[in-house]
Design a protein around this ligand. Structure first.
Ligand SMILES: Nc1ncnc2c1ncn2[C@@H]1O[C@H](COP(=O)(O)OP(=O)(O)OP(=O)(O)O)[C@@H](O)[C@H]1O
Ligand SMILES: [Mg+2]
Length: 426
């Protein structure tokens, strides 16, 4: 099947050379039983590619079993994958087949393979080497004919060096390695994807397909897309649902581009700066300055919090300092007409704005909330505070569990467990 037919059949959009290479690789390996490892940032389309590999193979009429290794509680992962005998562990009330047995003859997609605990890694290696495995609590060897496609957003080679992933398993899995490039490295794909999504959502919400003004297009091109294609899809949905009028301007879109507010990755907030002819400052230089400014801002905030914690008084409000630091990147960026966030000039003092979404506004809001001292101090329970925090992070990342977990500094598995607990309580 040629490239275009593959794209059409599996709903893969884009015209970058990088995406073409990925599809060519898929074409080469789909018809074989070779194990494939797909590596790439969150939202780059790893699952879509795994589906294409299965859908183009001779196994396409058999099952395609998707297993999110990061979401299964650690103690259950072996029995989920390989099955268990009755009584093999507490709660194993009957014999059951695992995902491997279910994918016999088909394909098993091991998503988030980097999250697989060591004991399960050993069993997996055995399946890869001999096609054999045992159910948990059983000694009988079973054979399975499953094609393995694995995916990760981690750099598995680094996980190996750090001793968290078995080297022999890594080599077995990565016989064929497919690297999904982040969206910011293939800007040619941004508009074709956007068009596709705008049409899709226009149909879904029965609204006219929106047109983008030149400045809106430029803004989207310069944005970093930390959430990659998934984020672009969400932005397209917001454009179709929230924006009135057919023509969409940069001003309309800015509030949709929230980036990722994490301490670990302040650069995610920043636009990608493409060097234009006549630029006086080198783009890399400028980006480094942005980065430094954002880090500085985080440091000031931490210092202020520390002061406040030690009982520092009124002289230490961050409002005095934060705007200065926060404003600088706008100005540099808007010099080129590409400021990612609203500047003061465009927006007055922003206090009357109905939905303040600039980082500065959010910070100010947070600070104001922190400073509001109720007459009698009341505390939510730790549990309630934790839930509120999880909810907030989930909303920020459009429900993406991985980013939520990373931001909260917990493993995805822990987040999964907490969500389950909350769900059970509801
Ligand atoms: N090239 C593309 N064309 C059309 N849609 C795409 C493309 N790449 C990704 N998507 C869409 O973007 C969303 C995210 O893709 P997908 O779930 O495959 O990402 P992922 O790499 O598996 O992310 P994660 O690591 O977070 O699981 C999906 O809705 C997918 O259909
Ligand atoms: Mg995925």
């Amino acid at each position: 099947m040629d490239r275009e037919s593959i794209k059409e059949r599996f709903g893969i959009t884009g015209r970058s050379a990088a995406l073409r290479n990925v599809i060519d690789r898929v074409r080469q390996v789909a018809g074989t039983d070779i194990t494939v490892l797909i590596q790439g940032e969150s939202g780059t389309g790893k699952e879509l590619i795994a589906e294409a590999i299965h859908g183009l193979s001779a196994r396409r009429h058999q099952s395609f079993v998707i297993v999110n290794c990061g979401a299964i509680p650690e103690g259950l992962i072996e029995s989920e994958l390989f099955g268990a005998e009755k009584g093999a562990y507490t709660g194993a009330v009957e014999r059951r087949a695992g995902y491997f047995e279910q994918s016999d003859g088909g394909t098993i997609f091991l998503d988030e393979i980097g999250e697989m605990p060591p004991a399960a890694q050993v069993r997996l290696l055995r399946v890869l080497e001999s096609g054999q495995f045992t159910r948990v609590g059983a000694s009988q060897l079973r054979k399975v004919d499953a094609r393995i496609v694995a995916a990760t957003n981690k750099d598995l080679a680094r996980e190996v060096r750090a001793g968290r992933f078995r080297e022999d398993l890594y080599y077995r899995l990565s016989t064929v390695l497919v690297e999904m490039p982040p969206l910011r490295q293939r800007p040619e794909d941004i508009f074709p994807l956007l068009e596709t999504f705008l049409h899709r959502f226009a149909q879904k919400y029965d609204s006219p397909v929106k047109r983008l003004s030149d400045d809106a297009r430029e803004l989207l091109l310069r944005y970093r897309w930390p959430g990659n294609v998934r984020e672009l899809r969400n932005v397209a949905e917001q454009i179709e649902v929230l924006i009135r009028g057919r023509e969409v301007t940069a001003e309309d879109i800015r509030p949709c581009l929230r980036g990722v507010r994490t301490e670990q990755d302040p650069s995610a907030l920043l636009p990608v700066v493409h060097k234009a002819a006549g630029d006086s400052m080198d783009a890399r230089e400028r980006e480094m300055i942005y980065r430094a400014l954002f880090e500085l801002r985080s440091q000031v905030r931490r210092m202020w919090e520390e002061l406040k914690r030690r009982g520092g008084g009124s002289g230490s409000e961050p409002e005095k300092y934060l705007p200065m630091i926060e404003d600088a990147p706008y100005e540099i960026a808007s010099d080129q007409g590409a400021g990612l966030w609203r500047s003061d000039e465009e927006e007055g003092d922003g206090r009357d704005a109905p939905a303040p979404e600039t980082p500065r506004a959010i910070l100010e809001e947070e600070v104001a909330e922190e400073q509001e001292e109720p007459e009698e101090e009341t505390f939510p329970t730790l549990e309630a505070a934790e839930r509120a925090l999880i909810a907030r992070a989930l909303r920020t990342f459009n429900g993406n569990r991985r980013q939520t977990a990373r931001t909260l500094g917990i493993s995805e598995r822990t987040l999964y467990r907490k969500l389950k607990e909350i769900e059970e309580d509801l």
